[in-house]
Design a protein around this ligand. Structure first.
Ligand code: AMP
Ligand code: MG
Length: 323
């Protein structure tokens, strides 16, 4: 038995084939990117519409299978940009109707969490989920993934990308910020932690002012990383203590950052906890996680009556039926 996953919540269009035991047979992506500016929803949707057939063919070919031999189709039904979600949903629906395959819709953020425990040996960790839109500290408690802390305004990825846009670093800016940060020195920036919540908007405004007044991009990249990552280490540690869990797993696209990994590793080793980071291929948006989440929920008995999108669904809206 196998499942074809379809991801289309934001910049990435992805298709993956995963077997029901969790073996990832293929995981193909095509990412929307621009040299200047950011993500304009209808442009992202247009990109996804253009690439969906070729990504599908690549994913099937790499998995050594044909669409007729797929047993389940899983798509991300939200949260995300509506025009982009619609492309994935319509594509999933078309494939399921043409091939009379079962179809299931899953929450993108939950899928980020469960792929993390599939590809690492983490069992019941605190999840630090840092992507473009999301920055959340999550743990499983009482049958739900609960959000113990989160950003009060924008996600860290978006904060980095906003700064990147001001500094002319292109989109997504995270990887270049990481590179430039290696040559920077520290400038104090607003550090905002409230309990287990964080805030990045003030810091982004401040970095823009400092950029306009002639500070170097390298110094700002370094200082942004040091400040934001320290905030995340602090709230993750607080959540681990609060939930009495001794594992932390880092997921989401910003999880590619080596400096962030280093700081979290240090925090965990200081408190005798285990730290896991997800291999790069599974850290950011991709469809293996969508296929795997579809398998978990399908096996647990979930069936959908309507093929819909849920652009604002949060992780704590979903009942965990598969544990
Ligand atoms: P996701 O939404 O999970 O795919 O994550 C995308 C976000 O990750 C974007 O905002 C990127 O700028 C950010 N990102 C990717 N690579 C890095 C990196 N090496 N350091 C920091 N942020 C990164
Ligand atoms: Mg994501």
């Amino acid at each position: 038995m196998n499942c074809l996953g379809i991801e289309s919540t934001a910049h990435t269009f992805g298709i993956s084939v995963v077997d029901f035991n969790g073996k990832i047979l293929s995981n193909e992506i095509d990412m929307f990117s621009v040299k200047d500016g950011g993500m304009i929803p209808h442009e992202v949707a247009e990109h996804h519409r253009k690439v969906c057939d070729s990504v599908l063919n690549r994913a099937l070919e790499k998995a050594g299978t044909k669409i007729e031999d797929i047993n389940l189709i899983s798509y991300s039904h939200g949260p995300g940009l509506s025009p982009a979600l619609i492309v994935g949903k319509d594509f999933a629906k078309k494939l399921s109707e043409e091939n009379k395959t079962d179809i299931i819709g899953v929450n993108h953020c939950i899928a980020h969490l469960t792929i993390g425990t599939l590809v690492t040996s983490a069992k019941d960790p605190v999840y630090l989920y840092v992507s473009g839109v999301n920055t959340q500290v999550i743990a499983l408690a009482g049958g739900k993934f609960r959000i113990f802390g989160e950003t009060l305004d924008i996600g860290l990825g978006n904060a980095l990308d906003k700064f990147g846009r001001e500094a002319g670093l292109g989109f997504p800016a995270g990887p270049l910020i990481e590179k430039l940060a290696k040559k920077g020195k520290y400038i104090e920036l607003p550090y905002t932690v409230k309990g287990m919540d964080v805030s990045f908007a003030g810091l982004v405004t401040k970095t823009k002012q400092l950029l306009d007044s002639g500070n170097s991009k390298e110094d700002l990249c370094f200082s942004m990383q040091e400040t934001c990552f320290s905030m995340l280490a602090e709230v993750s540690e607080r959540a681990m203590a609060h939930c009495e869990k001794d594992e932390l797993i880092l997921i989401g696209g910003v999880g590619a950052n080596k400096r962030l990994i280093q700081m979290l590793e240090k925090m965990c080793s200081d408190r005798n906890a285990k730290f896991y980071s997800v291999p790069l291929e599974y850290a950011g948006d991709q469809a293996a996680m969508i296929a795997w989440q579809g398998i978990l929920e399908f096996k647990a008995g979930k069936r959908i009556s309507e093929v819909e999108i849920y652009p604002y669904e949060r992780v704590d809206d979903v009942k965990v039926i598969w544990e």
